[in-house]
Design a protein around this ligand. Structure first.
Ligand code: BES
Ligand code: MN
Ligand code: ZN
Length: 502
């Protein structure tokens, strides 16, 4: 997406759709005047009340307007960034359905929006650019364009966004647009990775994607191959990989800020490129969606890319254990006992509880090697989390109340919401093993919590750890913002958390 900032007048601005956002309060005051100046009958305001996400499409006739269409976009009472996100998303869905290549958003009221939301002008432009870019995202790299219909579609993707501001807001708008593009780019990377099917994105593919991203953002990358993983004794990752024809990888991305970092933050992401369940094989219905089982990895790779490009004053270490989880003659079998990187032994009651096995190694490795001030993992870990919280909210666990509060707040602000669940000690009872130190499943109840209790054992008593179970919001088959597949959930949340670090 090409994003430009301009101060040209609404009349001379050229675009396929000129989006004019209005807050509901403004409609009574200024909207009639603005519309009259553009040659529209103010009667249209009978049909447009300015609720957030509402939109009314108008076609100018002989008014000298250079834009083909005008879209009135509601901002509600313009008191929160969520309303701006909704307005940008509704503009994006029009741009997609009308096949317009360029969209302009009128941000003449930026200063007043800044007052009503309490957000900075740059922050508002950032949200508009990020949300619009996310709204027009489509995953088409696997479309060959060999069919007539697909050929046409390819030509008709929205390619340009213009942000129209008053002269005094040019600098703010440029800064916000730049940041919005960085965040949107990182999210698109995460979505692309999640959307890549298992046959096209292996553990080595994840390492390659990390290398490519790190090159763009100036981060350092280390990739351990099978030999090194064996040498390190990452027994969890190796056990899950046993049934696979593809080698595992363990990828580390390190971002060092220019000055002295405020803190070291470790980000860990589950990178199961396809989860068949292994010998404890899953039912075939819906199994295809298990290509999304590396969404945690995608989110943390995207987040460190964005953090580096935004030059945040933190040292960030991203760790990604990756493999697929397959059945086969060599696969691990239920009842196996394995020794993880930490030395803790695990009875594998169910090979489908594989995410926690590879995360166990990564968490222990992060704590041992980087002395992080905080550690946060993201994983599509349990179906039970979808039962508990549905498809738009992630489960959150933390052993630090203050940290949990900040993650909750970052979730609220970024629109990627999390809800905290308990790590109470009675749940640890459920994952006791008769033969090993711990069991990898906890029976019927509280599946999301027992998974988190399992992970906790591998944090080495670190006092500031959080786990996000993103099984619900990572992937959608219905489409949020009009699109199928990976959502990039976690990128915005992490960026928000990291940039407000204190
Ligand atoms: N990858 C799945 C969890 C999942 C389910 C993610 C649905 C996204 C959508 C995970 O590896 C898994 O299979 N979990 C099991 C755990 C059980 C065997 C204890 C589950 O949730 O059923
Ligand atoms: Mn599984
Ligand atoms: Zn899984």
């Amino acid at each position: 997406m090409k994003v430009t900032v301009t101060k040209s007048s609404l009349k001379t601005l050229k675009s396929g759709i000129l989006v004019i956002p209005f807050a509901s309060g403004e409609i009574r005051k200024n909207a009639a005047k603005t519309l009259a100046a553009l040659g529209f009958d103010k009667a249209v305001l009978k049909d447009f009340k300015g609720k957030a996400g509402d939109a009314l499409l108008l076609y100018p006739a002989g008014s000298g307007l250079k834009s083909q269409r005008v879209l009135l976009a509601g901002l509600g009472d313009a008191s929160s960034i969520e309303e701006f996100r909704k307005a940008a998303l509704s503009a994006a869905s029009r741009a997609v359905s009308l096949h317009t290549s360029s969209t302009a958003i009128d941000c003449s009221a930026l200063a007043s929006w800044s007052r009503s939301t309490g957000e900075s002008p740059a922050g508002l432009v950032e949200v508009l650019v990020d949300a619009y870019t996310g709204g027009v995202y489509s995953f088409d790299r696997l479309k060959s364009g060999k069919l007539e219909k697909e050929k046409k579609k390819k030509d008709a993707t929205p390619a340009e966004l213009k942000i129209r501001v008053n002269a005094g807001s040019m600098r703010d708008a440029r800064e916000g647009a730049e940041r919005g593009q960085i965040i949107a780019g990182a999210r698109a990377l995460a979505r692309d990775m999640v959307n890549m099917p298992g046959n096209l994105l292996s553990a080595e593919g994840i390492a390659d994607a990390a290398r490519e991203s790190a090159e763009k953002s100036g981060c350092k990358v280390t990739v351990f191959d099978r030999k090194q993983i064996e040498k390190l004794g990452m027994g969890g990752l190796l056990a899950v990989n046993k049934g696979s024809h593809n080698p595992p990888t363990f990828t580390i991305i390190e971002y060092e800020p220019k000055g002295k970092p405020l803190a070291t933050v470790a980000l860990v992401g589950k990178g199961v490129t396809f989860d068949s369940g292994g010998i404890s094989i899953k039912p075939s219905q819906g199994m295809d969606a298990m290509k999304c089982d590396m969404a945690g990895a995608a989110a943390v790779i995207g987040a460190v890319e964005a953090a580096a490009r935004l030059e945040l004053p933190l040292r960030i270490v991203t760790l990604v254990p990756a493999t697929d989880n397959m059945p086969g003659g060599a696969a691990q079998t239920p009842g196996d006992v394995i020794t993880t990187y930490s030395g803790i032994t695990v009875e594998v009651g169910n090979t489908d509880a594989e995410g926690r096995l590879i995360l166990a190694d990564a968490l222990a490795y992060a704590v041992a090697h980087y002395k992080p001030d905080a550690i946060i993992d993201l994983a599509t870990l349990t179906g039970a989390c979808i039962v508990a919280l549905g498809y738009s909210v992630a489960g959150m666990f933390s052993n630090d109340d203050e940290f949990a509060g900040r993650i909750f707040e970052a979730g609220r602000r970024s629109g990627e919401k999390v809800w905290r669940m308990p790590l109470w000690e009675e749940y640890a009872e459920l994952i006791k093993s008769e033969v090993a130190d711990v069991h990898n499943t906890g029976g019927k109840g509280a599946g999301t919590i027992t998974a988190a209790k399992f992970l906790e054992k591998f944090t080495g008593g670190h006092g500031r750890w959080a786990h996000l179970d993103i099984a619900g919001p990572a992937f959608t088959t219905k489409g949020t913002g009009g699109s199928y597949g990976g959502t990039g959930f976690g990128v915005r949340l992490l960026v928000d958390l990291l940039r407000t670090w204190t």
